[in-house]
Design a protein around this ligand. Sequence first.
Ligand code: UD1
Length: 383
Amino acid sequence: MGARKVQILSVVGARPNFMKIAPFARALNHCRDRFDHILVHTGQHYDMAMSESFFRELGIPHPDVDLGIGSGTHAEQVGRTMMAFEKILARFTPDWIVVVGDVNATCACAITSKKEHIKLAHIEAGLRSFDLDMPEEINRMVTDRLSDLLFTTDELADRNLLQEGVPAEKIKRVGNIMIDTLEQQRPVASSLNPVIFCREQAVQGQGVLPDLRDDHFAVVTLHRPSNVDSPDVLKSLTWFLVEEVSPLTPLVWPVHPRTRKQLELFGLWNLLLDCPGVVLTQPVGYHEMLRLTMGAQVMFTDSGGLQEECCVLGTPCLTLRWNTERPVTLREHGGTGILVGNSIPAIRAAFKDSLGRFRRMHRPPLWDGQAAERMVACFCKLA
Ligand code: UD1
């Protein structure tokens, strides 16, 4: 009889989690003689474009459990997830629970795990924006405070944790697991043609597409409440993109469901639809987004993950926020990111500057595609 396998239960909830769990699930599968892996999807993101397509594209195993939590306020999402996840923990007895990133599912399952006295590991620990207005910052702080094993992406993250009093032996710097996925999926993404998939996924009412040649188009993604919930902010950003960006370079905007609702509510949707230089699409899959990021002359985004992908691909990234939990991606650390908030003069200046720049790739240490293997090696040592 062989030794008992270590049981690891990992949790995903929302779109940015999926690209982080795919390499981890694959690495555990390579060591299936030592590990049993149970995958729980909380269902925070649930539709085809936001969830299911990522499982298919990235080869993530079908979840063993789907909690079906869906949309709601923060308290509703966190509360419902905790109640449902507690029941799951009566069914399974994992040695470790692994949570990723900073979404509501991460925090809810971290709290539940510790209340059930189960060891907790956090992938992407130590990131701090120091901005408690961001729900993700609260999720990060709570999750890290409770974790027994904290997998970090870079030295700045280690430093944040040490400053908060996390014992050094709990911190394992393994690199960036998002970049594992990027490297694994790069060949498929490279083979795609943006003109074709943008046409296929254009929203209803979109006119004729402008030409989309590499390094001659811009990409926009927006979903943070700070950018999309205030009519004044969303209006000024939209008018800037329509009046000042689209005449210079075509602009592809895969619209997040939350942002679409707000654009419609504030009467901006038709303005974008009628603008000949703007291509509005449904939320695109992982490969399509990676292909767009590879070809973009400039990215306008408030996403966390895209800041990292732009950094490695060398795409100038105008981060539409006043702070970032990922400072390693900024120009002052060798990256391509620049913080422009939602101030139009700052965005305008950075946009003009970016148009004259060459692509400059920057790969922080350990962002080499092997982070998941290092994590599994840690679990092997602990077993
Ligand atoms: C969440 C995460 C954020 C992450 C983002 C990526 C938190 C606190 N926030 O924000 O960190 O960057 O996901 O997308 O966890 N909706 C759909 N279909 C879906 C999912 C959502 O239409 O499959 C719509 C719903 O109307 C929902 C809205 O999008 O109300 C927002 O979804 P929600 O999960 O509340 O947060 P996000 O803004 O997506």
